[in-house]
Every structure is written in structure tokens, then in C-alpha cells.
Design a binder for this molecule. Structure first.
Ligand SMILES: [Zn+2]
Length: 550
């Protein structure tokens, strides 16, 4: 009796299931497809909203297509499996089962999309701004130097955006560094000697990022950039190491890592200013030998005039020492990158590498820096490595070389634009993001590039230059004879600036001069007044050791 009842009971639904299965299957397939489509749209929209502030490049479209297909498949599988497993055999309550299914799928999908995006998208970017002092671009192998001085920076450049023709706004640390940190021209900040203090009305990138919730650290090893000079503005931690005569790059790395570990856990901005390869060119002995410098030659006075007085006979040895310094810095640069990778912050950081100015080796009869506006002093390296924006599919900006001339004053606006932070105060540069994304081929703002060397100490200098297309015009005030020297060069035909075309092309030179003067008179209106401080004995000793004062 029991067995026949059982048979009866099991027999009936079996028949019904057979009839229902194709219909039910169709229902679940239909519902799953709908959810797949919704999932695809939601995920694509999420990524679009996140990424569109960075650009509207072709990358974005392909990324969204991948997003859509990926989540269509994922949501379809999820919805179908759930439908089959949980509600595969609904009886009378079929409608209710469909509603329950939809509710569960919606909840799971919301959790999945949120979780996936949380894991997939890097929202908290750190910013690490690395400056090596006195580094002329053409002594880096990635900028075409004949010797392999910078294997680590070369590797970094391959992963990032390398600017082939960056132009420094000045040729001396205190003149050019505010251009990097605050997007201002030398005329605006007016710092012309080691006692000058940056005005409070100039806003450093550290101040803007601190306001935006960043921890800010500055570690500098040039005595022109102390807190007393006003460069500590906006930094939670600022170290200017005035106690040491020469602080090697490994010390800056060590200090940074200590500070980073102490503050670790929050997004941060780090400004790391390495004195290498500035004079004195005294890297560890192995680096001198590697570039065939004579380690037994002892140079006691590193002031540019004293070096120039040694004569060109010392040129090769001096350059070999300099290359050793560049190579030593590169090794430490590589060590820092390895530490950043180990700490899990390499891919989560916008890392920018540049220099304040270059260095001369008798190129125009001059040695050192701060004494001209020729290319050996103005062409600095500039490489930006962007963080990984999306982990899957991996999406990052990099591997490009951009040849348009760009300026130091463009670094701050680019950082702000990338992070989506509003700038404030005096900002004279423009964001390079449109060039980086390939949205624009050229930027109107970069049509004329101005540089200035206005120094009162160690020597009086008043030099200005303007660059437009291949043309570069330089006007130098000769204080001794109370007159002006004018030079015009065609950089594409004569990159070493050996033939002054001023006499042949006077009207073009005058046109450039007119433009230069009108830009400068516009800048004059925003000029700030630096205060004066009296440096202590230690700082004076360091300035002397670095050849800044006699
Ligand atoms: Zn410098």
C-alpha cells in the first residue's frame, strides 16, 4: 500500500517536471540574461564614472567593453545557477520563487559589484615627487647618453611617460625649485640668494595635498631648501639635514622609509630632494672607477669658478666623476623602487622624477650651474609613472615618450588634475594630462616657454629666455658694461647652441623678445616679496662645501 502510494506520489510530479522543464529553463535563461545585462551596464557605468575624469580616450571604450562582457557572463552564471539550485522546482509558488530569486540576485550582484570595484580600483593614490639636483637629461641613458649611467631610471621610464624636452624655469636650486613645487616663475617668487624666504602667499603642492587629506613628508638635502627658506610649508614632516656636509642618496631613502612606516596606512605625498649628483662629485669609490675617474685626484674647491679655472684638461675626469654620481643616484633610485614594491605602494602611487636644473661642463665655456640658460642647464629629465588605475583588466598609463617642450611649472597642475583636486592661489602652469592621454597633440599654453636666471649670489645674474618651436632667444644683462647680450638659436638644427643667429634673424628675435617682455610684465603684477633670514653657521658651511659661496 505504502509503496504504491509512493509510486503514485513520485510518478505524478515527474510527469509535470518533464512538461515544465523546457518552460522553466527558458524562464531562468531569460531572467539570467536580463540580470547579466543589468550587471554589465552597472559595472561599465561604475568604471566610466570613475575613469572619465581622467580622460575619454580609446582605452576607456575597450575597457568598458571588457567590463560589460565580463559582468554579463558572471551575472548570467550567478543568476542561472541560483535559479536552478534554489528555485529549480517551484510548484504552486512559481511567481513568488521568481521574486525571491530576483531579490537574492540583486543583493548578491550589488555586493559583488561593490566588492569587485573595491578590490579592482585604486582610489587612494600616493604621490612621490623625486628630484635629483643638477641632473642634465643628456647624461641619462634613457635620454640617449652614450654610457649606461641609469639602468634603473631607464626601466622606470619604460613603465611611465617620459618627456623628451622638459624645460627648467631656472638654472639654480633656489630659483627653479619653486617652479616644481608651486608652479611659479622666478619673477613671481623672487628668491635670488640663500637668505631669501619663500613668501607665504605662494602655495606649495604640499599645502594643497595636506588640505585634501594627505600626509605630507619632505626630505631635502640642499641647504637652499630649508624650513628657514620657507620650503617646509604644508609638510607634516620636513627634514632638511643641514648638519651634514654631503648627504648621500641612501640616507634620503632610509629617512623616507622610516617616516613612511611611522605614518603608514594613509595616503601620502612625499617630496624627496637628493643632492646627488651636485658637486662635490664624490660618489663611493667603485662608481669613480666604473667611469674611469682618477680616484687619487683631490679637488678641494668645488666652486664653479675654481672648477673652470682647472682648465679643460680636467674635463674628462670631472665628467667621469659626474657620471659616477649619476650612476650612484640611479642605484639608490632602483633601491627605493624595490622598497616601494615590497611595501605594496609602487602601483598605488603617482611617482614623478625630475631635476631642478642641469650642469655645465665647458659646453659654453662655463662649468656648474646658475650661470646661463643654455640647454645643458635647462633640459632636465621628467618621467611620470602613473598608478595602476584598474587591476583587472590591468589599466595604467605608460610606455609613451612625449616630445613637446613642457615646463617645471606644469608638474603641480598635472598632479592636481590627475587626483581631481582643485588648485588655488598662484598657479602658472597647465595640466599635461591632455597630452598624456593623447587627447591633444599640443597645448596652446606651451607655445612659448620662458626661463629665467635671476641671482644675486654667488654672482649677479639677470638672464631670460623664451622658446617657441625650434627657436630660442636669450637676453643676458651684462652688469660690467651695462648692456645686453642677445642670442638666437635654432634648436632643431643646432641643439648645442653654437651658432648665434641674432644678426641674421633680428626681426624674429625682436618678435620673441616682445613676447618675452609682455609675459614678464604680466608676471611682474603678481610678484611676491621674499623675506630675509640669517642662516646659521652649519648651513653656511654646507653652502660653502657645495660651491655656492666662496
Ligand atoms: Zn640645484
Amino acid at each position: 500500500m505504502a509503496s504504491s502510494k509512493k509510486r503514485k506520489k513520485t510518478g505524478q510530479p515527474k510527469k509535470q517536471t518533464q512538461k515544465r522543464r523546457p518552460k522553466l529553463l527558458r524562464t531562468w535563461v531569460g531572467v539570467a540574461l536580463l540580470w547579466g545585462a543589468i550587471g554589465g551596464v552597472v559595472l561599465s557605468l561604475y568604471h566610466y564614472l570613475y575613469l572619465n575624469r581622467f580622460a575619454d580616450s580609446s582605452y576607456l571604450l575597450s575597457l568598458l567593453a571588457v567590463d560589460f562582457v565580463f559582468s554579463l557572463i558572471a551575472a548570467f552564471v550567478l543568476s542561472f545557477a541560483l535559479g536552478k539550485v534554489l528555485f529549480g522546482t517551484p510548484k504552486k509558488r512559481k511567481k513568488r520563487a521568481l521574486w525571491s530569486h530576483n531579490l537574492v540576485v540583486a543583493l548578491l550582484m550589488a555586493i559583488a559589484v561593490y566588492g569587485f570595484n573595491y578590490w579592482n580600483i585604486n582610489r587612494q593614490f600616493n604621490v612621490i615627487l623625486i628630484v635629483s639636483d643638477a641632473t642634465r637629461a643628456d647624461h641619462l641613458s634613457c635620454y640617449g647618453y652614450r654610457l649606461e649611467t641609469t639602468p634603473n631610471i631607464d626601466q622606470f621610464a619604460r613603465e611611465g611617460i617620459r618627456f623628451e624636452n622638459p624645460v627648467a624655469q631656472g638654472s639654480h636650486t633656489i630659483v627653479a625649485t619653486p617652479a616644481i613645487l608651486a608652479s611659479v616663475y622666478p619673477t613671481i617668487h623672487g628668491l635670488t640668494h640663500y637668505r631669501a624666504v619663500l613668501s607665504d602667499s605662494i602655495t606649495l603642492i604640499s599645502e594643497l595635498l595636506k588640505k585634501a587629506g594627505y600626509q605630507t613628508f619632505g626630505i631635502v638635502t640642499n641647504p637652499h631648501l630649508t624650513e628657514a627658506n620657507g620650503f617646509g610649508q604644508g609638510f607634516d614632516y620636513y627634514s632638511s639635514d643641514k648638519g651634514w656636509l654631503h648627504t648621500g642618496a641612501e640616507v634620503v631613502n632610509l629617512k623616507f622609509l622610516q617616516v613612511w612606516r611611522r605614518y603608514s596606512g594613509e595616503k601620502f605625498f612625499a617630496f624627496l630632494f637628493y643632492i646627488d649628483p651636485h658637486v662635490p662629485y664624490v660618489p663611493p669609490r667603485a662608481y669613480l672607477l666604473k667611469f674611469h675617474a682618477d680616484p687619487d685626484v683631490v679637488i678641494t674647491n668645488w666652486h664653479p669658478d675654481s672648477l673652470a679655472a682647472l682648465g679643460e684638461g680636467y674635463k674628462l675626469d670631472i665628467i667621469a666623476r659626474y657620471d659616477g654620481e649619476v650612476n650612484y643616484f640611479d642605484t639608490e633610485f632602483g633601491n627605493l623602487m624595490r622598497e616601494l614594491k615590497r611595501g605594496g605602494i609602487y602601483d598605488r602611487s603617482l611617482i614623478i622624477y625630475t631635476s631642478d636644473h642641469g650642469e655645465g661642463f665647458w659646453d659654453h665655456g662655463l662649468v656648474g650651474h646658475g650661470n646661463s640658460l643654455y640647454e645643458e642647464l635647462l633640459r632636465v629629465p621628467l618621467i611620470m609613472r602613473f598608478p595602476v588605475l584598474v587591476k583587472f583588466p590591468k589599466f595604467q598609463l605608460g610606455g609613451k615618450v612625449l616630445t613637446q617642450p613642457v615646463r617645471q611649472i606644469d608638474i603641480v597642475p598635472t598632479i592636481l588634475d590627475f587626483l581631481g583636486i582643485e588648485g588655488e592661489g598662484l598657479i602658472f602652469g597647465t595640466s599635461l594630462m591632455p597630452l598624456i592621454w593623447g587627447k591633444k597633440e599640443t597645448l596652446e599654453e606651451l607655445e612659448y616657454v620662458i626661463s629665467e636666471e635671476i641671482l644675486q649670489q654667488p654672482e649677479l645674474h639677470d638672464i631670460r629666455s623664451i622658446r617657441s618651436g625650434p627657436w630660442k632667444y636669450i637676453i643676458t644683462r651684462d652688469f660690467e658694461n651695462n648692456e645686453y647680450r642677445r642670442e638666437l638659436y635654432n634648436l632643431s638644427q643646432d641643439p648645442a647652441e653654437t651658432v648665434n643667429l641674432f644678426e641674421q634673424k633680428t626681426s624674429l628675435a625682436m618678435e620673441l623678445q616682445g613676447r618675452l617682455f609682455s609675459e614678464l610684465s604680466h608676471l611682474e603684477r603678481h610678484k611676491t616679496r621674499p623675506k630675509i633670514h640669517v642662516p646659521d653657521r652649519e648651513t653656511l658651511e654646507r653652502l660653502k662645501a657645495l660651491g655656492y659661496i666662496k
